[in-house]
Design a binder for this molecule. Structure first.
Ligand SMILES: [Cu+2]
Length: 164
């Protein structure tokens, strides 16, 4: 009668080891992409809207160039990186390719400038909630963060230069 519990225990242990191996395979054996996401937020819009934008800072804190490849967030079917340009007094958004970031380089996405366009939003995330936002890099790694759903940019503009 004591055999059964022992067998179960061994099986559990083996499962745990297998899970551990899977994890290390996913995270990869090479250098990890040193991408840091800071101050991310998503613009809260009325539930009738099917698009919104996400803003924040992407920094390459490592010593190798990292190529960004995509971004995803559960509320959006598709995410594009857009630039904002004033052409003849008209504000226009245009898709831009995901860039490479040199060591120490940062991409600042903010209202009136580049942003992540969240498209195909069937359910607009509620004001005050958070959504998971992931940035993917060319090595197939993903870096994720919680983005606050808010109406306006956070007051803390720590990524801004204090000299302007
Ligand atoms: Cu846009």
């Amino acid at each position: 009668m004591t055999r059964k519990p022992v067998a179960t225990k061994n099986r559990l242990k083996r499962l745990v080891i297998a899970a551990g191996m899977t994890t290390s395979l996913i995270t990869g054996v090479g250098a990890r992409a040193a991408i840091e996401l800071e101050n991310w937020w998503v613009r809260a819009l009325p539930p009738t809207q099917t698009m919104t934008a996400a803003y924040g800072v992407i920094t390459n804190t490592g010593d190798a160039t990292v190529t960004l490849s995509d971004a995803t967030t559960p509320p959006a079917k598709q995410v594009e990186l857009h630039t904002t340009q004033q052409i003849d007094g008209q504000v226009r958004m245009q898709p831009m390719g995901y860039p490479s970031l040199a060591p120490g380089e940062r991409l600042i996405l903010e209202p009136g400038g580049p942003h992540l366009m969240l498209m195909g939003v069937d359910r607009m995330p509620a004001l005050g909630s958070t959504v998971t936002l992931c940035v993917h890099v060319s090595t197939n790694e993903s870096i994720c963060t919680d983005a606050d759903v808010r109406r306006t940019a956070p007051k803390d503009h720590s990524h801004h230069s204090m000299h302007h």
